[in-house]
Design a protein around this ligand. Structure first.
Ligand code: ADP
Length: 868
């Protein structure tokens, strides 16, 4: 609304200034003369011509040279201004002023192409100081074309000054609007890459140039006198307008084919105007006039058509178009304008286009608002979709977690039952069938774990933690896991930890363990002879370097990248033999990445593979183990490497070492040795007796198959190979064992264990396994009943399921701890996430056994806690 008020006020002022022109203190009378060809250049004949020459036809809009003669009668001396009515688009003019005697007393000239700045800013007016008397004034006009008829007239100086104020203000305001909006839409168009904005900016800029030239701004401010600037830019702006209207109103080939094709034709015709204007300059303004008529009409008809289709933008556009079209119609058709002498046809044109530009800006703002609201709506919809997707991912994750729990529980039962059955004397064929069931359930369990991990990673739920952990113990756990999973092949495993690797580091123990266990299990799968080793050392950047090296089948170079993709396996036949779903390496690689490392492979077919990665080392301060003792190391040749690793570690701890090969002949009597480390594949009771005779403690590494059948003796520890620093640290730090000699299977005799599981099969399985270990087991399918029993009896260990109705394992553990129960409680669960482990610890539990539980795990865990 605001611009409309401004324009009306401007019009009112123009009208008022017209009134002031009525008071004239002199007479003037003029007419067009028929002076072609121009008369001779002497003032007498000019003077005579004014009175004598016949009246001419006046100015032709397509230009030429024209003459105008005026009589002026002054009763008193006057200061006057001579200017033109109707238009100031004229290339050049000359006024000749004669006195009543025919003397040429003054000659003034000007015009758009005249580089001398006029006496009045933005006007052609020239002042004349004349005494009382009669005068004749002859005006010569030379111009290639006119907008309207430039008719000379005289006005008193003061009146002229005051009556030009409003038109000049209109000029400046109009150009200011063009400049500001033109600039704005050029920037917006380029920024938003919107053709509509750019075309609209083109339309405005065309009008800006045209009006700056025709209103003498270019000449008076910048000295630019190009006359064709007053027509040619309009030819361009007309084309831009048609394109803009088509975009604004959505005129496309598909939606409004008729208007689309008419638009294309109109644009083509208008573009033809350009060369014509170049060749026939006198027609350029006429062509611009037709162009304005055409675009106004085209805009009007498109506007109406689209408004009839209930296009809201079209309603507003129509208002702008009509506001423009009415004054524009007068601008292009009037030859004379009689609002006021100083108010010219160019002012009317400026007002009409200015009005349209402002109203169109409003239309475009409205349209942008529509687009913005639409986008907001779409963003809201997208956010809603994201929320739904997130919820569905969560639901999927929950489903997976529940499913994996539900799947693990029956698997546990299958697994345990099979293990029980396998320990019975069975026919070979049944044993083979049992092996098949056993392998399948094992594979199914891996698969469930992998899919669960992958789902967690995809949902962004897998987090790595950074906490101090015992690297030696972790490596030992990896080894235990490996051993318990792989029984059939005779492949040596070596853990080679460089002595300078700290034993306690910061990081995510369980994730690192998962990666190494996975790589180790692959190495085992794809290696039939030779050995496997885990290398841990510090690299040149002081980072922790881990490698799992095997001497297996190797991987062809072209497969080195693809094996890290999910569900990718190199060779179907090997995989069929070994099982696996192709998820392991993808999980490992992502886990290593989460720990700020990168998993790589170097491998040659037939020569084995090395999977390696480095992780940032964050030390955690640990007290240095210091042993100033003499330790004897005895080894059989095949385990020399292990013996040497132990030697390095012990030297690092400050011990004196006596290293001896060949166990049979080892001469031990004279040595002042406090401890013995032995590495051999066979147990030799004579050797043990000899070593014990030196009064030293013995730590003996043997194959796992041998270790469990050996008796427990004071001062002697048997460990399953491979050697690890963890064993050494534990052994050095432990007091001398004085328990009486007893076979391992008997060691759980008189041990009272309470097992709680709501699943009767699971309970039966775990009870049977524990009983096989020699323990006395009291099974309960309900935690409340179990607590009642524990309160009244002496119990050495509790094995408890987590998910149970009524009172779950965590609550039961909290309750028992609150009641002062101090014996170990071990969780027995299918949930294996870090959070679950933390929850177990928080509730007062000491350890976690993952279902399906295996004989070896059960044995080592129970031993660990019962025989502490
Ligand atoms: P899978 O569970 O099937 O073993 P992985 O992602 O762990 O899946 O491994 C993908 C493939 O990479 C394997 O099927 C195998 O072809 C190859 N591969 C992985 N580790 C080794 C290795 N140590 N030696 C040879 N091939 C390997």
């Amino acid at each position: 609304m605001f611009p409309l008020v401004t324009w009306f006020r401007g019009l009112l002022l123009v009208a008022l200034s017209t009134l002031s022109l009525q008071v004239l203190a002199f007479d003037q009378y003029g007419r067009w003369l028929d002076l072609t060809p121009p008369i001779a250049n002497d003032s007498g004949s000019y003077f005579a011509a004014i009175a004598e020459q016949p009246t001419g036809n006046g100015v032709k809009l397509t230009g030429g040279t024209f003459w105008y003669g005026m009589h002026l009668s002054l009763a008193q001396p006057e200061e006057l201004v001579i200017d033109f009515r109707n238009t100031f688009v004229l290339a050049s003019f000359t006024h000749y002023i004669f006195d009543q005697d025919g003397e040429l007393i003054e000659r003034v000239q000007g015009g758009v192409t005249d580089p001398t700045r006029g006496e009045f800013f933005l006007r052609h007016g020239q002042s004349l100081n004349l005494a009382a008397g009669e005068y004749r004034i002859l005006t010569r006009l030379d111009s290639p074309y006119f907008i309207a008829v430039p008719e000379p007239y005289l006005q008193s100086y003061d009146q002229y000054q005051s009556s030009t104020r409003v038109p000049i203000a209109i000029t400046l305001a109009g150009l200011g609007i063009f400049f500001a909006l033109g600039f704005y839409y050029v920037v917006m168009g380029l920024w938003r890459r919107s053709l509509g904005d750019i075309l609209y900016a083109g339309f405005i800029v065309g009008n800006l140039v045209f009006n700056s030239a025709s209103h003498l701004v270019l000449r008076d401010l910048f000295g630019i006198t190009g006359f064709h600037l007053t027509s040619v830019p309009i030819l361009f702006s007309n084309v831009a307008y048609i394109g803009f209207v088509m975009i604004l109103l959505g005129i496309s080939q598909k939606r409004s084919p008729r208007f689309f094709y008419v638009g294309i034709v109109v644009i083509s015709v208008m573009m033809l105007f350009w060369p014509v204007a170049l060749l026939q300059p006198q027609w350029s303004l006429e062509l611009a006039r037709y162009g304005v008529g055409m675009f106004a009409l085209y805009g009007l008809s498109c506007g109406i058509a689209q408004a009839l289709r209930r296009n809201k933008v079209a309603y507003f556009y129509l208002v702008a178009n009509v506001a423009f079209a009415i004054p524009a119609f007068f601008t292009i058709s009037l030859r004379n304008i009689s609002i006021a002498d100083t108010f010219l046809i160019e002012h009317l044109g400026l007002i009409s286009v200015g009005l349209e530009v402002l109203l169109l800006a409003q239309v475009m703002s409205y349209q942008v608002g529509l687009v913005y609201r639409e986008r907001e709506q779409r963003i809201r919809e997208a956010q809603q979709a994201v929320r739904l997707a997130r919820e569905s991912v969560l639901a999927k994750e929950r489903f997976l977690a529940n499913m994996s729990h539900e799947l693990r529980t029956p698997l546990n039962a299958i697994h345990g039952t099979v293990e029980l059955l396998k320990s019975q004397p069975l026919e070979l064929r049944f044993r083979r069938q049992l092996d098949t069931i056993h392998q399948s359930s094992k594979f199914l369990l891996y698969l469930i774990n992998d899919i669960l991990d992958l789902a967690k990673m995809n949902a962004g739920k897998m987090k790595v933690v950074k906490a101090p952990f015992d690297l030696d113990r972790m490596l030992q756990n990896v080894c235990d896991l490996y051993r318990s999973n792989n029984e059939l092949k005779e492949i040596d495993l070596l853990i080679a930890v460089a002595p300078d690797v700290p034993s306690v580091v910061m990081g995510d123990e369980s994730r690192l363990k998962q990666v190494l266990a996975n790589l180790l299990s692959n190495a085992y799968k794809f290696t039939d002879e030779g050995g496997i080793r885990i290398d841990v050392r510090l690299d040149s950047d002081d980072q922790l370097y881990f490698a799992v090296v095997d001497t297996g089948i190797g991987i062809a170079p072209e497969d080195h990248d693809s094996i890290f993709d999910a569900f990718t396996q190199v060779d179907d036949s090997t995989v069929r033999r070994h099982g696996g779903a192709g998820l392991g390496l993808q999980i490992c690689s992502r886990l290593v990445h989460m720990m700020d490392g990168e998993l790589h492979v170097t491998s040659k077919p037939g020569e084995g593979s090395t999977f390696h990665f480095t992780l940032p080392k964050h030390n955690h301060p640990v007290a240095k183990t210091n042993i100033e003792k003499t330790i004897g190391i005895l080894y059989a040749t095949h385990w020399q490497e292990m013996a040497e690793l132990a030697e390095q570690d012990l030297i690092g701890m400050g011990a004196n070492i006596v290293l001896m090969e060949c166990l049979d002949q080892a001469y031990t009597d004279d040595l002042e040795v406090e401890h013995w480390l032995v590495f051999s594949r066979h147990y030799d009771s004579d050797l043990l007796a000899r070593l014990r005779a030196t009064n030293g403690n013995v730590l003996w590494f043997l194959p796992e198959s041998v270790v469990y059948d050996l008796p427990i003796m004071p001062g002697v520890e048997f460990e399953a190979a491979p050697y690890g620093r963890y064993h050494l640290r534990r052994w050095i730090g432990s007091p001398v064992n004085t328990t009486p000699i007893s076979p391992v299977t008997e060691s759980l005799q008189n041990t009272q264990i309470v097992a709680v599981d709501d699943n009767p099969i699971n309970l039966r399985v775990v009870t049977a396994l524990l009983e096989k270990l020699g323990a006395t087991v009291h099974g309960f399918d309900n935690a409340l009943r179990a607590i009642d029993y524990i309160r009244q009896h002496s119990v050495d260990l509790i094995l408890m399921d987590i998910q149970m109705p009524e009172l779950d394992g965590l609550q039961a553990s909290e309750r028992l701890r609150a009641q002062g129960f101090s014996q170990p409680i071990v969780a027995f669960t299918a949930n294996v996430s870090m959070r679950d482990r933390e929850a177990c610890t928080a509730s007062g539990m000491n350890d976690v056994l993952v279902k399906p539980v295996r004989m070896e795990q059960l044995r080592s865990t129970v031993h660990k806690w019962v025989l502490r």
